[in-house]
Design a protein around this ligand. Structure first.
Ligand SMILES: C[S@@+](CC[C@H](N)C(=O)[O-])C[C@H]1O[C@@H](n2cnc3c(N)ncnc32)[C@H](O)[C@@H]1O
Length: 458
């Protein structure tokens, strides 16, 4: 039988100590070399051996601890006499998981405490049982003196830590969105909603909602766009009615805005420059029926997921998929200009933190200027491949102005034939030459869109 807390501690340690992204799967502890150099067997087997209840607990412990990492670190720091070294990153992570359970989960205290202490055995670190027990009991004593319904506010915690955010990101959100930063923080600290895109060319949204209802799946319509449904409870997508035939896809409502904003008519040639895993590629094919579509991505593994996505909906024959660096046009462009380009640029992901809370730990402030440079570089390189009178839709899942309106403003300053087209919409906030949809708890992720038109140069 697997120890779910030990598995969670190993996975969390891989993010904290090694800077590895967390994708919801279990991280196998690396085999450790013994004194003679021979490697020991990995201690913990894989996630397929967890029953569904334990898998749900594993995910709750990992995602929850990542979401609340900044606050939990302050709570732990004040209780450790000296910090644990990197080789005991798993025990450090286990302590965070223990605190997370005491503060945020309804697990009875004694059960959470003893199960967390016992996880030291599964981690082959029996020596740590006393430490884990002492730290968690100490925390519990303090919690019992306050209101257990309130999130603790340790005196030594900064405003950012109290909001469970790294300092730099907290400050940026406040500076960029003085009227809306609390909404973003609330979304960032909440579990994500599951949104579906109904293929409304085949079935009206209301009909599909009834089909879901009949299958016992309650949902609400999204205010952001007319194809989105928000599920009351997340589920395995493969169990959704009509999923295998492409009647619906898992896609956030904010992401569903792209296909319509691209304004690609039936005869258009389209480039989807950063396409993987293909949510928007599929939507463009279903919504616009273009003459041709070329989907590029730098990452071969991720591009394979575009193929799977299109195959599920019987669209795999329509698009041409290519592994390429979109900014290196000499390596992939055959000289035939595109009528429409979607540039869904690589970004900080600061608009999708509810889905990827590891962003709070892994992103650094210095990354933002580098990302903005790469975004401008992609935009400038791809502009050459756009036909005269063609349109490029720039999109990011960031809420930071440096990656969005400032990239577009610099580009418009540099490029004589480029102009911004209006986005006439009910959703979002006008933001420079584009429009920002801010993330909202139980509603939508954050996305930025800007429409650019290319005029012939005389
Ligand atoms: C935001 S994701 C795209 C999401 C996708 N459009 C969708 O809707 O499913 C950005 C993608 O850009 C890819 N990427 C990053 N740099 C690239 C480059 N220079 N050329 C092509 N693809 C790139 C990444 O591998 C990643 O898959």
């Amino acid at each position: 039988m697997q120890n779910v807390r030990a598995l969670a501690a190993s996975s969390l340690a891989a993010v904290i100590a090694d800077g590895r992204p967390f994708d919801g799967s279990i991280d196998m502890p690396r085999a450790r070399a013994n004194k003679r150099g021979a490697t020991q067997k990995a201690v913990l087997p894989d996630q397929s051996q967890l029953n569904p209840r334990d898998l749900a607990l594993f995910r709750e412990l990992c995602y929850g601890s990542l979401r609340r990492y900044a606050l939990l670190e302050v709570m732990l720091g004040s209780r450790l006499k000296k910090p644990l070294g990197k080789r005991d990153a798993d025990i450090h992570a286990l302590l965070l998981i223990g605190l997370y359970q005491l503060v945020f989960l309804r697990t009875p205290d004694h059960a959470a405490l003893s199960a967390t202490v016992n996880a030291c055995i599964a981690l082959q670190k029996t020596w740590a049982k006393g430490l884990v027990n002492a730290v968690l009991r100490n925390c519990l004593r303090d919690l019992e003196q306050g209101d257990r319904k309130q999130i603790p506010r340790p005196a030594q915690a900064s405003e950012a830590a109290l909001a469970s955010h790294p300092q730099w990101l907290y400050q940026r959100l406040k500076a960029d969105w003085p009227q809306h930063w609390q909404q973003i923080i609330e979304y960032n600290n909440s579990p994500p909603h599951m949104a579906l895109r109904v293929d409304i060319a085949r079935q009206p949204r209301a009909d599909y909602q009834h089909t879901l209802q009949a299958a016992g799946l309650a949902s609400q319509t999204s205010e952001v766009c007319d194809s989105a449904l928000l599920l009351e409870h997340a589920c395995d997508p493969t169990t959704l009615p009509g999923f295998d035939e492409g009647l619906c896809s898992v896609q956030d409502s904010g992401a569903q805005l792209a296909a319509a904003l691209l304004h690609a008519g039936e005869g258009a040639s389209v480039l989807d420059a950063c396409a993987a895993p293909g949510g928007k590629t599929l939507h463009i094919l279903q919504h616009c029926q273009p003459k041709s579509l070329c989907a590029l991505d730098l990452d071969a593994g991720r591009l394979a997921r575009v193929h799977e996505n299109l195959k599920r909906c019987s669209r795999s024959g329509v698009a041409k998929l290519e592994v390429a660096d979109a900014s290196d046009t000499g390596s992939w462009w055959r000289g035939q200009p595109f009528d429409r380009i979607l540039l869904d640029a690589p970004c900080s992901g600061s608009g999708v933190i509810a889905r990827h809370p590891d962003i709070k730990l892994l992103r650094r402030e210095a990354d933002i200027a580098k990302l903005a440079g790469a975004q401008l570089n992609l935009l400038t390189a791809l502009w050459i491949t756009l036909a005269d009178d063609g349109e490029l839709l720039y999109c990011s899942c960031s809420v930071l102005r440096e990656e969005n309106e400032r990239v577009i403003a610099t580009f418009l300053d540099n490029e004589a034939g480029a102009s911004a087209l209006p986005i006439d919409a009910q959703w979002g906030i006008a933001c420079g030459a584009g429009r920002q949809l801010l993330p909202k708890k139980a509603s939508n992720d954050g996305f930025f869109y800007a429409r650019l038109r290319k005029s012939p140069l005389r």
